[in-house]
Design a binder for this molecule. Structure first.
Ligand SMILES: [Fe+2]
Length: 510
């Protein structure tokens, strides 16, 4: 494996001006002072999402109900697993060392394992017994700057050609053995890249060709937007860099893949790097939401045959893409969008306050939305497909880059709480919604679609959802028949402990 290349993309970005939404950070041991009330008794269990699980597990889990006989393979999930060291606790749900949670299904049984990614950061901090390096939203007392330059490898898992990749948004991914879960090093997914590159945690695997599409930053000063396309065997087919057309560093987390081109959504979230470099603010506190500057889409042809196209769109915050596809000269791009990222940015954002056992602020619902891009006229419009409150949208994996009809999402009721306690299937053609709600006292994460090996359509498979149950303070893996989401789980894999929040999963069929 190539040696690890640390790349600071954010810290070298161009300084942007404008109002700061985040609060002033510091290099001390305590987050900013409290303002919102303590978690209500109904919500108290949510603190478990930000409580680490230092012990590593390997056991056959009990199963309520019957696991589908054709559900054979492994679900890899990744997320932060360690928030506390040496008497200090991370400030934000985003800040924890990557921990794989792996469930293997065979013969009606479920084997569950956890394993930390042995990153350079993890190993050094294990040895020191203390946090040594700043992360996205938490300073480290031993560091002068607040640049999150060390990967936690705790956002996404991807399996390609016998290698399990664990991505962060810093540098290149870590690699693990997908069977033993042993960390084997780091690797640049594209050896053809000239010069240091970093990759976003989200990648796309084309549903028809199996091509693997990655994006990130290239260069150390005002990094270009970088696109890599590998064929199914891992050979680089295309890599192209294009300057970011926005003035200033804009934060984005995910991207669209149409089967032919990448679409970046350059939302108006700007970074002011100087306070972060000086150690007076964290990365997250250096981001500001500036809706008056509008949003922008950038369409990039990885082959380089066509010039990049930028289009103005209304401001909308996006974490995650559902899917995108071409319809003639039109690009359809679906995602979950918020009017404002108030759950993420600001001193009382729920991602932060939950770590202090407080309710926090989250007033903007995540709606299922659509960009429709007309390429000849170079115009794009934004519409809402489904009101409600959603996150973690997915389509059946074989539809990636092709027309999808169905969206699967974690669903909730923002009038009651910011978190999601259900699973929904939305028909994007008709708007019809099928939904199952676990109800109060349950937190539901991303549903991962495991296709039936004999799949005939994009509802033929199972949804695998990590659920934290408040009453028992334990987690389970709920298995849904994607055709009948509203019927509830057909099986529940009961774990012996809680799981801290996880972000994303990958289904690897046996
Ligand atoms: Fe994500």
């Amino acid at each position: 494996m190539p040696t690890r290349r640390l790349l600071l993309t954010a810290g070298a970005a161009t300084l942007s001006t404008g109002a700061i939404v985040g609060s002033m950070g510091c290099s001390g041991a305590s987050p900013p002072a409290a303002a919102t009330p303590a978690l209500s008794p109904e919500h108290a269990f949510l603190a478990k999402l930000g409580q680490g699980l230092s012990e590593e597990f390997d056991y056959l889990a009990e199963v309520d109900g019957r696991l589908p006989g054709r559900l054979s393979g492994t679900l890899y999930r990744n997320g932060p697993g360690l928030f506390e060291r040496g008497g200090t606790k991370k400030w934000n749900l985003l800040d924890g060392d990557g921990m794989l949670r792996v469930t293997s299904f065979a013969d009606g049984q479920a084997r569950f394992r956890t394993r930390f990614v042995r990153t350079a950061k993890y190993d050094a901090e294990q040895k020191a017994g203390a946090f040594l390096y700043p992360t996205w939203a938490t300073p480290a007392s031993g560091s002068f700057t607040n640049i999150p330059s060390r990967s936690q490898a705790g956002i996404t898992p991807v399996v390609k050609n016998g290698v399990l990749f664990a991505f962060d948004e810093v540098s290149v991914p870590y690699t693990l053995d997908p069977l033993s879960l042993a960390t084997t090093g780091t690797a640049d997914p594209c050896e053809a890249v000239d010069g240091p590159a970093s990759y976003k945690a989200h990648t796309k695997t084309d549903g028809e060709t199996g091509r693997w599409v990655l994006v990130g930053g290239r260069g150390q000063r005002n990094p270009d937007l970088h696109v890599v396309v590998n064929d199914a065997s891992g050979k680089a087919l295309a890599h192209v860099s294009t300057p970011n057309p926005r003035s200033g560093y804009t934060y984005y987390h995910d991207f669209f893949w149409t089967g032919r081109e990448v679409v970046f959504h350059l939302q108006p979230a700007f970074l002011s790097p100087v306070p972060m470099l000086l150690g007076t603010r964290t990365f997250v506190d250096s981001l500001s939401w500036q809706p008056d500057k509008g949003g922008m889409l950038l369409v990039v042809d990885p082959s380089g045959a066509r010039a990049s196209l930028s289009l103005d769109v209304p401001p909308v915050w996006m974490w995650h893409v559902l899917n995108a596809y071409r319809s003639g000269d039109t690009i359809v791009a679906d995602f979950v969008g918020y009017d404002a990222p108030d759950h993420f940015l600001g001193p009382e954002a729920t991602f932060r306050t939950i770590m202090q056992g407080r309710e926090g602020v989250a007033n903007s619902p995540g709606k299922l939305r659509r960009f429709t891009i007309d390429l000849p006229s170079k115009r794009a419009r934004l519409e809402t497909i489904a009101d409600g409150h959603y996150e973690f949208p997915i389509a059946a994996p074989q539809q990636t880059g092709r027309k999808h009809r169905y969206a699967y999402l974690a669903s909730g009721d923002l009038s009651r709480s910011w978190y999601h306690d259900g699973v929904a299937r939305i028909d994007t053609d008709s708007g019809q919604r099928r939904e199952f709600r676990f109800g109060p006292g349950h937190y539901v994460g991303e549903p991962v679609f495991a296709p039936n090996p004999r799949a005939h359509d994009e509802t033929d498979g199972w949804l695998l959802c990590e659920v934290l149950e408040g009453k028992s303070e334990r987690s389970m893996l709920a298995v849904f028949d994607a055709r009948r989401v509203e019927d509830g789980p057909v099986a529940r894999v009961q774990l012996r402990h809680h799981l801290p929040i996880s972000f994303h999963g990958w289904w690897q069929a046996a």
